[in-house]
Design a protein around this ligand. Sequence first.
Ligand code: SF4
Length: 376
Amino acid sequence: MTTDHETLERIKTAALAVGVRIDVPTLASLGGADALTVHEYATTGGITLELDDDVLVNAPFDEPFCADSPLELSTVDGQLALVLGERHAPVRRVVPLPGYLDAVDVDGRPVADTAMSHADRIRVSPITGCAYDCRFCDVARVRYQPRPIEQILAGIDVALADAVLPTRHLLISGGSPAKGAAHQQAFEDVCLAVIDHVHRHDPEFEVDIMLSARPDGPEFVDRMVDAGVAGFSINLELFGEDARSVLPLKHRFTREHVGPMIERAVERLGRTARVRSLLIPGLEPIADTLAGVEWLAERGCSPVLSPFRPARGTAMASRPPVAIDDLRLILDRARTTLARHDVPLGPRCVACQHNTLAFPWDLVRYVSRPSFVSIR
Ligand code: SF4
């Protein structure tokens, strides 16, 4: 018997909001914290668990706020399960970390600095640090330094060959390039080189780009789609007035460019979650997050609800995580809005839902989705 959807939704919502408690014997039986997570991004710094019906969840477990979580990873009837009060969901698999965490490239640089696999996706970081200063983000405090293209392609090759965690698509991700034309062009050159390199390896291996909006957004979209990119994530993060103080530089330099860029991307790639935008529930009033959902849906863009996680060392490290009930309310209202606009909740990939508030059934009617189970 599989877990009912209501139970899966309640358990994943709790996990994303406040994480999971893992007692010492259970943690030891899983190999210890170092075998379960790498704290390289706040939103992926948890244990990734596969539940029934292709539901994946990335649950923080070693952050201070997890100690008060009502959710526990425990053993029920001899099987590992997530337990929330009277409800529980068996864990089908603990999704492993990639097998190349200790690998270095020919110049001795750690591969995992450049390429990192999560579930079925390779994330590539063309830049160390970021030109912007979002207060919740742990990338912002790292010194800004673009990486050489050769280093990026070498890292991708190692990730593509990894047998521990096979992957089927790739995301070119942040930080954001600086405003100057040379930095913007260098980022574009990296995108084109990565798309070409990956498609030489496998023409079906999809490449998406997550980036801040640019003044030349519509033209950039055209050039990337013509080169074979499969999708974009053009993130708002916050929609309301709080964006001015939480993401000061990003808001100032990119906000006016988001709409035209998203609209062009939807014209080229359609309304089936190939164009998406992250919103972060927990960093602004619920009404502002929901207004952002509406604004994106009106344009055919899929919102991705990526709940706030206080990240170590950031200006918002001591801010409390989002309340479970708030997340549930946002999910319910977002679904109503999206149904009205006939746009799916993102992301498009069920495995990449692991750290977002979305479920495989949110994609029904919009995406013929390969199961996470089928790719391994
Ligand atoms: S633009 Fe993205 S990577 Fe840069 S500081 Fe903001 S959230 Fe972090």
